[in-house]
Unconditional design. Sequence first.
Lengths: 260, 441
Amino acid sequence: MSTATEKPKLAVWKFASCDGCQLSLLDCEDELLAVADAIEIANFAEATRRVVDGPYELSLVEGSITTAHDAERIRQVRAQSKFLVTIGACATAGGIQALRNWRDVAEMASVVYASPEVLETLATSTPISDHVPVDFELRGCPVNKKQLVEVVLAFLHRRKPLVSAHSVCLECKLRGNPCVMVAHGAPCLGPVTQAGCGAICPAYNRACFGCYGPMESPNTAALSAQWSAMGVPDRDIMRAYRSYNGYASPFREESDKHDH
Amino acid sequence: MTTDPSATPPRNTRTIKVDYLARVEGEGAMHLSVRDGRVDDVRLKIFEPPRFFEAFMRGRHFREAPDITARICGICPVAYQMSSCHAMESAAGVRVTGQLRELRRLLYCGEWIESHGLHVFMLHAPDFLGYPSAIEMAKDHREVVEMGLKLKKIGNDIGNVLGGREIHPVNVKVGGFYKVPSKRDFAQLAEDLKWAADAAEKTIRWTAELPFPDFEQDYELVSLSHPDEYPMNEGRLVSNCGLDIAIAEYEEHFQEEHVPYTNALQSVHLGHGAYFVGPMARFALNFEKLTPRCRAVAREVGLEASCRNPFRGIIVRSVELLYACEEALRILAQYEPPEASSVEVDASGGTGSGCTEAPRGLLYHRYSVDENGDIAEAKIVPPTSQNQKTIENDLRRLVPDFLHLDDEGLQWQCEQAIRNYDPCISCATHFLKIHREDAPA
């Protein structure tokens, strides 16, 4: 607990991931030095070799759990953290590496490594919430840095983060994008995907590919039916749901329906 | 843990372990064992959990490769997008030319500026000046850190305008882009890049004044080389030891080995051994392809193509910062939006390879695609895998000169030597704590 004289301590933790979501913090070029004045960056290996012991006011967690060691490490992180927020698709949904969850990991290891027996890895890649209680999940592959700053500020001020749970479709309307599905017949995941990115793909003449994961109560069945009517083969529907957030329940279940 | 090494008798063994390397991208550790003043064993251990990209890519559509492989690394997603696109295009026998090729180069300039800006100012410079991070460094060198952040931001702005966002851009596709920007979209960038080029020149002069250990080594330097330009996306693979091959011949000359203590595969040049990729290799092998301003400033600060001191890599990286700014300005000045945002590419039934210059060095991709357009086989060799043996060799040679240091000092020196390579461990596979055991031999 911070006092008037002591700055709240922030820790950033990495599990299986690409580093992109924590890099989003360093990408806050205009805010970084001001943020560092207001909080103590107590543990953030990508940015500093200085480590201040916990407990921490806020832990940001990037990455999914793929090893027994990491399954134990996240429990220790939770124990030292007043608030724990996951950042990004890996920590929130298992990430692209959760594609292993549909495959035999031993066979996969043998594809990449000559001596797979020495690898320490679990059969699955799972989100942080499968292992410890999580106070907030920030979506995105990668997260939106403005949302990231909002979440950090919200937790430091003990208020609810202003992060909407509606679909990308609303952001498209706000941005004035023509609908890529209606206008161009492009199979778009926007109707079932949570907003937050600013509808960038449709703004670049491209269908949404779901990198923010499922919105609240998505109607995936209706969207898949529409895609089928547009002539999209089941295999492509399965692959579209089964990507960066493929292991998030609504996308996982819908992808399984098209896995023949 | 440990005693003052200077107080220990010479026959003792010191074991130095750094459990978590800081200010690198990804999770790694270092293990060093010293006996009688000689390094017995050195291991750069990458414990970043394996994610099996090459395995789960199988059965994905070839058009998904740029987006999926970008997720290998949040620091250099463009490199992954470029290498995968070129590999797929080579499988289809298609070449992307003209303004689309220039736009790809512009996007790469953005990534070089962002990644080099991050490394020079936030990850590496604090080592030279004795700060744990750029944030502490900013307390005494606020203007420098602010300049670095602004430079990095301009690199990211290129990614935003052309790629849609800085991390994992959405606008890259096999064959080109989903949408090409208008000239007006680039107006602000052109103004900002002029400032950035001047800031990059200041960075070269600033980094050249940093204290460097005397550590010239003999390396085989490997990079792309192109007859008309400083290499980014295309060229032949060359080295200072006579290598001169096409990208498609890469696997005949380089091989990855799985070393049991690390989750990254280590590369060797067959018949030669360890090699060096990244800015110092590119600079040495392509010096004449730099702009006149880059060459002049480099020479003024005493940096020649013959530089073989990896600690001075921070100056080389700064020269490349200037190059990327000037090259981006050149591309913007001649830019005319192409009529089509991409060319048609069908990689079905083909096999192709691509190799491009990620900020930290060569990134090789090869794919085989089946008749349905699904990826049948994928091979990816990231730059840090290629530098891993060279980093270990550097530590082996460096440590005997610094045994007089206390634990903290020796650890820091080792960390700095590793950071010379801007290792991206998320690609190949984070940073250091030292445990030292001094026991009688």
